[in-house]
Design a protein around this ligand. Structure first.
Ligand code: MEV
Length: 444
């Protein structure tokens, strides 16, 4: 242990047993080590086998971090009913998704179309030889790269996927000697990260061996692979989701707002998010409230999905709304084009016990179907957020949930809850206001 840093650093931590890790942590970072130790251990899975599975997802695991697993029923997507699993820690998100699902259930539901499913990977390399020669011989090199990768791709090819193309990009005007192999793939029902990365690493080996053995490159054998990795930006792996109905069928909104006024305010709110990146960021964050929740519940990679979506949102040179709306000839149409690289087989989707259940709940969707479900959840979330924003304001709904969380934290009884909910119906909710209210109630 490093004495200058007290007992807060350690070498060999990863080699300690799980109990040993917790012990070291609670003794050095907490005031009540025994209490914290038993609290952390209380979240261990009661079934040792299950716990082993969870531990294997990461490193240095000491416990599990519980998150609420909820569902949003009544999603009609392409005429099929779904009960959508959602894992999210933010109150109101599942309620908002459920409300939007129910609203659109009576108006034709959500419609989707998969526009493309291409995934991408890159091999970045440095080469200082004759450019023209490299371009000229690239078709043969490409053929070799594909052939030499066949043992990796053959089962994907059997499933209908594999390598779609490999392009040579010349980036030497941006950096001396810099080239890129830009490869595209179809990965069927898997997200494909492992498959793509394995192919790319094989491409780099083949590229080196080809350039080093081919007589055309006698003068220029030096090739340096910088890195080989998939791109999480997949602008050609796109799902479109939309809802539409006559404005007259939108119904009535809070405070007597008419359907026409609602449609006008809603589409203006979208326009603002198309123009202003500050609003677009919050607007898209709301969309990802829905998307991430389903992505996590189904064992997919929410960081990849988010990173991709935000790059896509900035594809025209400025960050803008992912969703759009028109009100034309009396028809309200609201839609979203979303890049989504997800899988329903492999990885966490088949290892995480609850992710497996989520996929069963969705009746074992294909990756394309899951793209549709996730996009519909994002659109639903966005619809509900904007509906609140342009009618009652967001705080009314949020505060109900916020109040409930505060009441739980303050261990309110059922009677106290009822009385507090009534009391705060028209008042501003804050932790101190609720605490004061409960204190008074408990004294009376
Ligand atoms: C909160 O998590 C999400 C919202 O801010 C989204 C929005 O403003 O559109 C309500």
């Amino acid at each position: 242990m490093d004495n200058k840093k007290g007992n807060k650093t350690i070498s060999g931590f990863s080699k300690l047993s799980k109990r040993g890790k917790i012990k070291w942590i609670v003794q050095n970072f907490f005031k009540e080590p025994d209490t914290v130790m038993s609290e952390l251990m209380s979240y261990w899975h009661s079934n040792e086998e299950q716990q082993k599975i969870l531990d294997a997802f990461s490193e240095n695991t000491i416990s599990n971090f519980p998150m609420p697993f909820g569902v949003a029923p009544n999603f009609i997507i392409d005429d099929k009913a779904y009960c959508v699993p959602m894992v999210i820690e933010e109150s109101s998100v599942v309620a908002a998704a459920s409300a939007a699902a129910k609203f659109w259930m009576d108006r034709g539901g959500f419609h989707t179309e998969i526009l493309s499913t291409k995934k991408l990977g890159q091999v970045h390399f440095l080469w200082h030889g004759d450019k023209a020669k490299l371009h000229y011989h690239f078709p043969e090199i490409k053929q070799k790269l594909i052939e030499e990768c066949f043992s990796i791709t053959k089962s994907m090819v059997k499933r209908g996927g594999g390598i779609l193309d490999i392009e040579l990009l010349d980036l030497t005007d941006k950096h001396p000697g810099l080239y890129q192999l830009l490869a595209s793939f179809e990965t069927c029902d898997s997200m494909g990260a492992n498959f793509i990365n394995t192919c790319l690493e094989q491409f780099s080996k083949s590229l080196i061996s080809h350039i080093q053995s081919d007589s055309h490159f006698d003068q220029d054998r030096e090739v340096e692979i910088v890195m080989s990795i998939l791109s999480n930006y997949t602008p050609e792996c796109i799902v479109r989701a939309w809802v539409e109905c006559p404005v007259s069928e939108l119904g009535k909104f809070p405070n007597g707002m008419s359907a026409e006024t609602f449609a006008h305010k809603f589409s203006t709110a979208i326009r603002i998010a198309e123009i202003d990146p500050y609003r677009a960021t919050t607007h898209n964050k709301g969309i990802y409230n829905g998307i991430d929740a389903v992505v996590i519940a189904t064992g997919n990679d929410f960081r990849a999905i988010e990173a991709c979506g935000h790059t896509y949102a900035a594809r025209d040179g400025h960050y803008a709304s992912l969703s759009h709306c028109t009100v034309e000839e009396g028809i309200f149409k609201f839609w979203l084009d979303l890049p989504l690289a997800v899988g329903t087989v492999g990885g966490l989707t088949s290892l995480h016990p609850i992710a497996k259940r989520s996929l069963e709940l969705l009746e074992k969707p294909t990756a394309r179907e899951l793209m549709s479900i996730i996009a519909a959840a994002g659109l639903a979330q966005n619809f509900s957020a904007l509906r609140s924003l342009v009618t009652t304001g967001i705080q009314q709904g949020h505060m109900k949930m916020h109040l409930q969380n505060i009441l739980n934290q303050l261990k309110a009884t059922k009677d106290e809850e009822v009385s507090a909910i009534e009391h705060f119906a028209n008042k501003i909710v804050s932790f101190s206001a609720v605490r004061e209210y409960l204190e008074k109630l408990r004294l009376s």
